[in-house]
Design a protein around this ligand. Structure first.
Ligand code: GLN
Length: 382
């Protein structure tokens, strides 16, 4: 991610989406759905604009959305963050991640992430002057190696940056793994920043917010986003919750990143968070069907498929096709067969990049016929 001179380059998502547009390829690279979310949420945004909700929202977010975030957490997880001072609305989960890490990290502090790691973690740790330490997730299940995890903690560990369900690996961490993470965070007095943007996108396994574990709530910030749950990635509405003293520090930083976030979209997201349970089970069921269609197609194309338990990403091993360098393949793939994907090594430091060298990530949040067509194009790689 960081170029060799330490400067921040163009993100892999931008690079691959540009390439897909230039070549007319099917874009299974950057994760965004090709169908919009609920009509009633679009109507709610339009109504809010018409009603004049067009000036700055409060820095914390509109009260209606903070209350909706809290009620949603109570309904699904039994948590009830105080909407007045334990919830903040952000400009996407991206800003929640940035504001949290910038609030907690002093130069030289260590931040532990699981590798492969979502690209913005590495960039923000770098901007904050932190030291980025990683613990590997190992194929085929992409669960943490618990010995390596313990060894990655040390006296300078300030934050564990958790991502569950995990992008790009598609893993959903079970309770014992989360318990071990909390135990280690307690032992080393580290904070937990938990990016749970795919909380509702799991397939037959429960999502367990780390903040629900004994001992975790006091040291955990939980992050989510309307982009994933409601398929409105362009609205850039996210939120975070946690104990008041941590949330206050993050809010201080947020003031100087964006000050506040898109007012009319906040009202619409509040409406979405109140949708009945069957909306939430419906999105997971629809995505599971898409996952299975793409997985079948990728297997038929001769790729080694790692079936994800969550998110909308599938990782494949290209080694069975005799390909060893996924980065090089991803750059050629749109021109070669008309499909764009993301190489997994870009989410890694050098050792992890070596371990994931032949892995590609495909997004399956697309119409079923698009997934079938993409798989049949990939079959020509053989
Ligand atoms: N989160 C999306 C992905 O992983 C992309 C978001 C972005 O482009 N920054 O593909």
């Amino acid at each position: 991610l960081l170029s060799e001179d330490g400067s921040l380059g163009v993100t892999i998502f931008e690079e691959m989406t540009t390439l897909a547009m230039q070549t007319g390829a099917i874009n299974l690279g950057q994760g965004f759905p090709d169908e919009d979310g609920p009509e009633e949420m679009k109507a709610a945004a339009q109504e809010a604009i018409t009603a004049g909700a067009n000036q700055y929202a409060p820095g914390k977010g509109i009260l209606e959305l903070r209350e909706a975030v809290s009620a949603h957490q109570e309904r699904f997880y039994g948590l009830r963050p105080d909407p007045l001072n334990e919830v903040v609305v952000t400009t996407g989960a991206t800003e929640a991640i940035a504001a949290s890490l910038l609030a907690f990290i002093q130069p030289g502090d260590e931040v532990l992430t699981f590798e492969p790691f979502y690209d913005s973690y590495g960039a923000i740790i770098g901007l904050a002057g932190g030291v980025h330490v990683t613990a590997p997730l190992l194929a085929p299940g992409f669960m943490p190696d618990l010995d390596r995890l313990e060894a990655a903690f040390g006296p300078r560990t300030k934050v564990v940056m958790l991502n569950n369900p995990h992008n790009p690996a598609g893993a959903v961490f079970p309770r014992p793994v989360l318990e071990r993470i909390v135990e280690l965070a307690e032992k080393h007095d580290a904070l937990i920043v938990s990016d749970e943007v795919y909380e509702h996108l799991t397939f037959g396994v429960p999502h367990i917010p780390v903040a629900t574990l004994p001992g975790a709530a006091d040291r955990t910030i939980t992050i989510s986003s309307a982009g994933k749950t409601f398929s409105f990635t362009g609205w850039k509405i996210g939120w975070l919750s946690g104990p008041e003293h941590l949330v206050a520090a993050i809010r201080t930083v947020k003031q100087f990143l964006s000050y506040s976030s898109g007012t009319p979209f906040q009202a619409a997201v509040a409406r979405g968070l109140a949708l009945p349970d069957d909306f939430y089970t419906g999105i997971a069921a629809t995505l599971q069907r898409k996952r299975d269609i793409l997985a079948d197609g990728l297997r038929a194309a001769g790729l080694g498929v790692y079936l994800p338990q969550g998110t909308y990403f599938i990782n494949v091993d290209t080694a069975p096709l005799g390909i060893s360098d996924a980065v090089e393949l991803a750059r050629r793939l749109p021109g070669l067969v008309g499909v764009a994907a993301i190489p997994v090594p870009v989410f890694c430091h050098p050792e992890g990049a070596e371990r994931t060298r032949s892995l590609l990530r495909f997004a399956f949040c697309k119409k079923e016929d698009v997934l079938v067509e993409a798989a049949s194009r990939l079959a020509t790689l053989r």
